[in-house]
Design a protein around this ligand. Structure first.
Ligand code: SF4
Ligand code: NI
Ligand code: NI
Length: 709
């Protein structure tokens, strides 16, 4: 039909543009010139994912493009051919975009992001799999007017959808003061073919989390259809190239909604539908993709959603600021008896925001009293950490740190919108009740802004923190008979299983043993299942029969055995959202660790991204392992491989981050308080050769340990 012809026409145009640019680039830089996107382990991800050719030079692209030209461009008007045209357009788009990076240039200026590197993909891995981000919207084109476009994007943001913007809608959003940027879950990719960065992001999710092998085209498409909740909204005129790109989206299994009044014969029910009414576009898109939202109505005058989690509010943008060392501040969740909690009650002790002048600093104590029939003492800490996220979800609210170190700001914008101190209470009550219905029956919140009243309460809070910490210290792998599984990431990495023990946090860093326990209480059939340890098969390496059995079943029988305390022999698998990665450094007889935050090279010859590319996707890779940051300072940190003393290199930032605990652990292990100074970092060197003399000079213990391999 007509749509097929247009797709063919558009694809042909895209392919010939790609060909022309490729020839020009070869003429200018030579066929040997390297071509790659920055900070990714997946080369040209669309090629890697769909056909698997190794493209590293301009010359490598020639046969790929030739094959696409011969196989994919078929003029006969059939839906199958339109999808092939779509696929051809994806290849063409990827090639055109990749060419822009030849010669190591960074072609995009802010606000445009261009290619989204692997660290961003991994950063959003956990929220995508746990449903905090319920879907991904790719919005391209130009809205009928800026206001309508902005309202559409705002609607997506408030629903917690990750948004990727292409073309004029970006300027329209900026014009209407819609917050865009990685921090707002709203990525302004750029223009025209830059839409491919949304698609290659999705393709990399399949490669990184799904364990889909490169070139496994059918498996990749199946993964996209079933696991990636993406859809496309096309605004404005539909020219042939836009239609060809649309066919590419359909090829990936992403439905499309357009604001143009398409005649019924041009629509494909369920896949390509028209909705000229802007108020209905989002709803239709979500329906087509089967995305169901948990709607929570929160009676506050600001927008609340994960899009605002990363928002920073600088000092000069703040109406009022609390805690952060400039005034006392604390937050505390208390488990209470039924009679002590009046559900929904909010009390403000001290001045309201109306009595706080612009630019002022006040104390703030937040006490959340919770009664629940299934609530446990142990969950207080788990719930208390949620305060940070819940408050940050508010547009114009900013929260860092926790406990008596917490630091908050309310922006001038939020104040002008009518945000009051009591609204912190509304926000927390609504979120606790909607996110934890199984353990939270009644909630009341006390907000203290009075400097006298806070003194007495903060002392009581500190006693509570201390008691909690003492209990946590006593919580060891030996002291419990049950560990927990986490299979949350299976929505992306179908064979991956984390085993979470008191002394080994999940590799994303977000799921501790207590978190898993609480989550199991909330959703007994959910991703965190208790596993009675049962018979221990290897004390040193940490292998238990029951854990093996569990692993075998829940990894879809791809794994037989797992050791919790070593990275050399049947280590835990990695899904893709690890905070840090360890790798062995054979010459030094030690291990190195790098983090998602550290983008630089490391002594194993790989960056975090390329390391992540070698050990994600739920397979065991001895010698490499994804871990949570806090596992490093655990008493169960690879004891079978020599423990903490094996670490020979880590980024400086990680050293600083864990400093006190590293020292404490080193002393406990008899390595001495100055062990931390024996660990090399990027200022010492980023190759094994350059750090070795340093380790020798410092007499690093790894050098004299038994051989690692
Ligand atoms: Fe994913 Fe493991 Fe974290 Fe669970 S604990 S969310 S499976 S990384
Ligand atoms: Ni994961
Ligand atoms: Ni994960």
């Amino acid at each position: 039909k007509q749509i097929c012809e247009l797709a063919y026409q558009g694809a042909s145009t895209a392919v010939s543009v790609a060909e022309k640019l490729l020839n020009e680039a070869i003429e200018k830089h030579g066929a040997e010139a390297s071509v790659k996107y920055p900070d990714t382990a997946y080369k040209l991800p669309m090629v890697t994912a769909l056909s698997g050719e190794e493209v590293t030079t301009l010359g490598d692209i020639v046969p790929v493009l030739q094959r696409i030209k011969e196989n994919n461009l078929r003029p006969e008007p059939e839906l199958g051919n339109a999808l092939l045209s779509g696929e051809a357009t994806l290849y063409a788009g990827e090639i055109i975009e990749a060419l822009r990076y030849v010669g190591g240039v960074k072609p995009d200026e802010p606000p445009y992001t261009g290619f989204l590197p692997d660290p961003i993909l991994r950063k959003f891995g956990v929220p995508l799999v746990d449903g905090t981000i319920p879907g991904v919207a790719v919005v391209t084109g130009k809205a009928k007017d800026a206001k309508a476009g902005a309202a559409l994007i705002k609607d997506l943001q408030s629903k917690g959808i990750l948004v990727m913007l292409v073309n004029d809608i970006i300027e329209q959003c900026i014009e209407e003061n819609i917050k865009v940027g990685v921090d707002y879950l709203t990525f302004p990719l750029g223009k025209f073919t830059q839409i491919i960065h949304a698609v290659n992001f999705a393709a990399r999710a399949g490669l990184a989390f799904g364990g889909v092998p490169k070139g496994a085209r059918e498996q990749m498409l199946d993964y996209q259809k079933r696991r990636v909740p993406a859809f496309v909204i096309v605004l404005g005129d539909l020219d042939p190239v836009t239609i060809a790109i649309g066919a590419g989206a359909l090829f990936m299994g992403f439905p499309i909604v357009t604001d143009q009044a398409l005649p019924p014969e041009l629509q494909i029910p369920g896949l390509l539908e028209a909705q000229p009414d802007y108020d209905k576009i989002v709803k239709l898109s979500l329906e087509l993709r089967g995305i169901k939202l948990k709607i929570v109505d929160i009676p506050v005058p600001i927008t609340v959603g994960p899009a605002f989690e990363g928002e920073t509010i600088r000092k000069k943008e703040a109406w009022v600021e609390f805690g952060g060392g400039r005034a006392p501040g604390f937050e505390l969740v208390r488990m209470c008896d039924a009679g002590q909690v009046e559900d929904g009650k909010i009390e403000v002790v001290g001045p309201e925001i109306d009595e706080m002048p612009e630019g002022s600093v006040f104390p703030l104590g937040i006490i959340v009293d919770i009664y629940g029939r299934k609530m446990q003492d142990d969950f207080e800490g788990v719930l208390e950490r949620r305060i940070h996220y819940f408050i940050n979800y508010g547009e114009g609210l900013w929260h860092v740190a926790q406990r008596d170190l917490c630091w908050l700001r309310i922006s001038k914008g939020a104040q002008a919108a009518g945000f009051k101190i009591r609204h912190f209470g509304e926000l927390l009550i609504a979120k606790f009740k909607s996110d934890y219905p199984a353990i939270v029956d009644r909630v009341q919140v006390t907000l203290i802004t009075d400097s006298k009243a806070i003194e007495e309460k903060i002392a009581a809070a500190r006693d509570k923190y201390q008691a909690r910490d003492a209990r946590l210290k006593g919580l060891t792998d030996e002291s419990v008979d049950t560990f927990y599984s986490c299979t949350l990431c299976q929505s992306f990495a179908p064979n991956h299983v984390c085993i979470v023990s008191p002394e080994r946090v999940g590799l994303c860093g977000a799921v501790s043993w207590l978190d898993a326990k609480a989550s199991n209480e909330i959703t007994p059939t959910g991703p965190n299942q208790p596993i009675a340890k049962g018979e221990c098969l290897d004390e040193q390496k940490g292998m238990w029969q029951n854990l093996n059995d569990f692993l075998h079943t829940s990894s879809n029988r791809t794994l037989e055995e797992v050791n919790l305390y070593t990275l050399m022999d049947k280590p835990m698998t990695s899904c893709g959202c690890f905070e840090a990665i360890m790798a062995i450094l054979p010459q030094t007889n030690g291990v190195m660790i790098t983090t998602r935050e550290h983008s630089g090279d490391t002594p194993c010859g790989m960056t975090f991204s390329s390391l992540a590319g070698t050990c994600g996707g739920g397979v065991q890779t001895p010698g490499f392992m994804g871990i949570g940051r806090r596992y490093i300072v655990s008493a169960k940190f690879i004891p079978a491989d020599g423990g903490l003393g094996r670490i020979v290199w880590m980024p400086k930032e990680l050293k600083d981050y864990l400093k006190d605990e590293l020292i404490e652990r080193a002393v406990a292990l008899g390595l001495g308080a100055d062990f931390v100074n024996k660990i090399a970092d990027e200022t010492v060197g980023i190759t094994e050769e350059t750090i070795l003399p340093f380790l020798e000079e410092k007499q690093h213990p790894a050098l004299t340990m038994p051989a690692l391999m």
